[in-house]
Ligand binder design. Sequence first.
Ligand SMILES: Cc1ncc(COP(=O)(O)O)c(C=O)c1O
Length: 394
Amino acid sequence: MMRFDPLLRRALKDLEARSLRRQLRPLQLTPDQVLHRGQAITDFSSNDYLGLSGHRLLRERSAEWAMQHGTGARASRLVSGTLDLHERVENRLAQFKGTEAALLFASGWQANAAVLPALFRLAKEQTGEAPLVFCDKLNHASMHQGCAAAGIRQIRFRHNDLNHLESLLVRHTDLPGMRFILTESVFSMDGDTADIAALSALAKRYDAFLYLDEAHATGVLGPQGRGLSHGHEVDLVMGTFSKALGSMGAYIAGSRALCDWIITASSGFIYSTAPSPPMLGAMDAALEIVPGLDMERQALHQKAERLRQALNAAGIDTGLSNTQIVPVILGEETTTLSVARVLEERGILTIAIRPPTVPSGSARLRLALSASHDDASITSLIDSVITALRQTQA
Ligand SMILES: Cc1ncc(COP(=O)(O)O)c(C=O)c1O
């Protein structure tokens, strides 16, 4: 027992009493199966939307690049960590996203947390004024972190409410400082989408820098999975390799000047070890195959539509989801935990999402579909959710 353990235990107990304690749950993974305590379980909680985490090409190229180049990049990008492999993947990425340049990060969380302060520094240095940062209320925690690290007081607009955003932009017209709009193309806990054309038009009208997180759209939405930003003017697109692209790591895509600024001004880029060859191998293979997966994308969206229709017909609230993420919004933390438990007993893995990840009173099961789920498993999911909910409410 360490000196501060009683304090830590008390804090944990307090969270437990409010059903808010988070705990780890180890699973076993094979390329085509998820096992929980040795039993196969159907996983509807992961972000492996195209089932690429077990794809042979990603596994092979990752292993190949590890064997050929080693397991680590050995240094940060600006020291001696930049390899020809980074440039190859970044060039592929820029082509995929239709931008002049792209830059890799170790994770999506790190990208948002590290890039935003560098952009705000640019604004401050070039205008002499603090920036005005307009944020969707449901933005991911990593964007909040990026704002907090730069001491920014966010100006929050109601989720996906562009009239509210415009009214806030108007209200702040007389204030100096560069404007930023921070939002996501697919919201991770709601599975709804932002109107990128309208956002881009607003950003232009009010001379604001548009920062778009495409973590859950990359690979899944837009032509050939290029994201919802495709075909629109967006100043910076951020996305991840950790979800539909089946491995880990993240990117930003934009102009060459933008990436050059981040290279020289972002602490999280400068002082962190470069992504490793096996990571890069998986990224490279994903970028090679994702544009050709239109059939998988179409099937994924059809499955999500079927799921929503069946749940809604049973009176279950799935919010405004129109993507592969389908929330089952239950409200109460305890009900949500109970339903997740019953589902788990039936061999279905879903995770109860509770505050502060989602607003208070909107606890939910976040169902995330994958191209690797077959129709029978969707049928079983629908039956099980409806039965579990009835059982819990009885
Ligand atoms: C919208 C959004 N942005 C960023 C991230 C972080 O990405 P990563 O898991 O690669 O760190 C997530 C992860 O859940 C996310 O949902």
